[in-house]
Design a protein around this ligand. Structure first.
Ligand SMILES: [Cu+2]
Length: 141
């Protein structure tokens, strides 16, 4: 009986502990857009990893606004990079060289939008202002 319960327990916990990895490409061009991440908005669960692929060169990932207590994160240019999200909330990040060209995006962890005001108050420049407004409209609806 104990062994059966143990097996059931292991099966349940291994299912819930399987963390996903989501891939995002860093691109010079996607359709009519230039300097973009392949997805502007993604939803993940706590423990999931996002892997950014250097499909085009000259891009990176730099956190702009993240939930309280999350350390800053900035990757090197032109290399694949990854980050495992452990704190729920919205993470706004940019590509450092193209921060004014609309190359910003968000990751939402556990559907938690408690820090949306901090995201909305984040100052971005150039084309990224419009992109941030679009992102906020989409995630607020
Ligand atoms: Cu870039």
């Amino acid at each position: 009986m104990y062994k059966i319960l143990l097996l059931i327990g292991l099966t349940l916990s291994s299912n819930s502990l399987v963390a996903a990895t989501v891939e995002i490409e860093m691109l010079n061009r996607l359709g009519k857009e230039s300097m973009v991440y392949s997805q502007n908005i993604i939803n993940v669960q706590q423990g999931d990893t996002v892997k950014w692929l250097a499909s085009s060169k000259g891009h990176n990932v730099q956190f702009l606004t993240a939930p309280d207590g999350v350390a800053s994160f900035k990757s090197k240019l032109s290399v694949d990079t990854e980050y495992t999200f452990t704190v729920p909330g919205i993470y706004l990040y940019q590509c450092t060289p193209h921060k004014s060209m609309g190359m910003i995006a968000v990751v939402i962890v556990d559907g938690n939008k408690d820090n949306i005001e901090a995201i909305s108050a984040t100052r971005v420049g150039g084309k990224s202002k419009k992109r941030l407004a679009q992102i906020l409209t989409t995630i607020s609806s």
